[in-house]
Design a protein around this ligand. Sequence first.
Ligand SMILES: [Zn+2]
Length: 141
Amino acid sequence: MASTKNVELNKSQNVELELPCIKCSGKTTHKVLVSVDVRGEETKGDWSLQWCDDYQIVECGGCKSKSFRNVSSNSEDYYPISDTEYEYAELELLYPSRIEGRKTLQNEEHYLPVTVRGIYKETIGALNNNSPVLAGIGLRH
Ligand SMILES: [Zn+2]
């Protein structure tokens, strides 16, 4: 098995992306401040696999919050978009993780009964940390 790896710095610097913000509601334009793009290939006989792993520090154009984005894909993981065209499946991870359009209750939550407030806070925490099973349990209460 042979493998190659190539790292490129700041190739996508200043590129603008529409991403959900940690603080702002909904999607906002984020600018890439720093990027590290890693490209690799594994080969064994006539079999080969290419993969990409992009790491970016992004900044929200509205509130200037900085966060981290990782997008990865590989040549084995694709799906058809028409009879003749395919698109690679990309896995996008954002840190801290966030759920678009969800804001916490802030002041309003003080009006909730203590038990409900506790479940509410834990459920929001589970949703924002990509823990769908825990979030589902919280929502059923
Ligand atoms: Zn923002």
